[in-house]
Design a protein around this ligand. Structure first.
Ligand code: SAM
Ligand code: SF4
Length: 325
C-alpha cells in the first residue's frame, strides 16, 4: 500500500502521454507553448509502463490517461491494452476533448478502456469556438455519441466561466440528464498559463445557477473522489470539483506522471522528481525509491484553497496541459 507523508492512501495515478493538443482552451493553453517538449524527450509507452507496473504492484488500482490531448499520441490503444492485460480489473479511464473519438472510440473500448471523462464547456458552436479557439462543437458532440454507442462509460467535465459560458450550466445538465450521464462542474483553477481575463466561478455560484431551476440535495464526497456530489429533486446526480474548498485535499489519493517522466505529487505545485533515468535503465528499485520520496513529500494541500494565497502571491505555475488536470 502507498501512504503519503500525511497518512493518506495513494491508489490513483494519472498519466499524461503528451502535452500537445489540438485545442487552445482559454483556461489551459491559450497560446501555443513557446516550444513543445521535443518528441525524443518523451518516454516511450514501454518506459511509462515500467513505472506504472511498479506503482500498480505497490497499490495503485486506478489509472487515468490524460494530456494535453491523449488521443493525439499514436497507438494509444496499444498502451491501453498493455495496462489492461497486466491487470484487467484496474479502473482504467481517459480524459479527452472528444475531437478524435468518432474514429478511435471503438479501438479504445476493444483495448480495455472502461471510462471517459469528456470536456464539454458549451453547447453553442460560437462559444465552444471561442473557448477552444477552434470550431469544435459538432465533432465533439459526435465523439460523445460514438463513445456512448460503443459502450464506454462517459462523464462530462465543464469549467464555468463568468460572461463566457455561465448561462449554460442548466443546459449542460439537461443535455447530460437526457443521455443519463453525469456532469461535473470544475471550478476554474487560476494558473499563470491561462488567459488572464478569465473570471472563474466559485462552487457556490455554480450551485446558485443550478438552484434557479432545481431543488438540490448535498450527497457528499464519494470516498477520495475530488467531486462533491449533489442530487436534483428527480434523483439526477451531478458533481462539483471545488479545489478552493478547505477540505478538498483531505483525502487526496492522487499522484501524476508526465510524458517526460516527471512524477508530480500535487496539481498546484511545480515540484517534481524524474523517473526518466530509472526507467530508461530498467532500474525498478530506483523508480520505486523516487515514488517513495515523492509520496513522503506530497504537500498537505493546494494553495487554491481560500485564504491560502496571500495578496500579491503568484498563482500556480503548473501548466494543466502538462499534468493533465
Ligand atoms: N485534453 C483533455 C481534455 O481537455 O479533457 C485532457 C487534458 S485537460 C488538461 C483535463 C481537464 O483539465 C479538462 O477537463 C479541462 O477542462 C481541465 N482544465 C484545464 N485547465 C483548467 C483550469 N485552469 N481550471 C480548471 N480545469 C481545467
Ligand atoms: Fe487541450 Fe484539454 Fe487543455 Fe483544452 S483543456 S487546451 S483540450 S489539454
Amino acid at each position: 500500500m502507498l501512504i503519503d507523508g500525511h497518512g493518506r492512501t495513494v491508489n490513483y495515478l494519472r498519466v499524461s502521454v503528451t502535452e500537445r493538443c489540438n485545442f487552445r482552451c482559454q483556461y489551459c493553453m491559450p497560446e501555443k507553448p513557446f516550444s513543445w517538449v521535443p518528441k525524443e524527450n518523451l518516454l516511450s509507452f514501454e518506459e511509462l509502463f515500467l513505472f506504472m507496473k511498479v506503482a500498480i504492484d505497490e497499490g495503485v488500482n486506478k489509472i487515468r490517461i490524460t494530456g494535453g490531448e491523449p488521443l493525439l499520441r499514436e497507438d494509444l490503444d496499444t498502451f491501453i491494452k498493455m495496462i489492461h492485460d497486466y491487470k484487467p480489473d484496474i479502473d482504467l479511464a481517459l480524459t479527452t476533448n472528444a475531437y478524435l473519438l468518432p474514429q478511435t472510440a471503438q479501438r479504445l473500448k476493444d483495448a480495455g478502456l472502461k471510462r471517459l471523462n469528456i470536456s464539454l464547456d458549451s453547447l453553442k458552436p460560437a462559444v465552444a469556438h471561442n473557448i477552444a479557439q477552434k470550431d469544435v462543437l459538432e465533432q465533439v458532440l459526435k465523439g460523445i455519441d460514438k463513445a456512448l454507442e460503443v459502450g464506454l462509460g462517459v462523464k462530462i467535465n465543464m469549467v464555468p466561466m463568468k460572461g463566457i459560458n455561465d448561462d449554460e450550466i442548466l443546459d449542460i445538465i439537461a443535455y447530460c440528464k437526457e443521455r443519463n450521464i453525469k456532469v461535473r462542474f470544475i471550478e476554474y483553477m487560476e494558473n499563470s498559463h491561462a488567459n488572464k481575463t478569465i473570471e472563474g466561478m466559485h462552487g457556490r455560484e455554480i450551485l446558485e445557477k443550478v438552484k434557479e431551476k432545481h431543488t438540490i440535495r448535498a450527497l457528499g464526497r464519494e470516498g477520495a473522489s475530488p467531486s462533491f456530489n449533489y442530487a436534483l429533486d428527480d434523483g439526477y446526480e451531478f458533481g462539483l470539483i471545488d479545489p478552493h474548498k478547505h477540505d478538498f485535499c483531505e483525502n487526496c489519493n492522487r499522484i501524476r506522471l508526465t510524458a517526460e517522466g516527471h512524477l508530480i505529487p500535487c496539481l498546484y505545485f511545480d515540484e517534481a522528481m524524474s523517473i526518466a533515468d530509472a526507467v530508461k535503465k530498467g532500474d525498478i528499485k530506483a523508480a520505486s525509491e523516487v515514488l517513495a520520496t515523492v509520496l513522503k513529500d506530497k504537500p498537505k494541500e493546494n494553495r487554491w484553497i481560500e485564504g491560502e494565497l496571500e495578496e500579491g502571491q503568484e498563482v500556480s505555475n503548473r501548466a494543466f496541459y502538462e499534468t493533465g488536470g
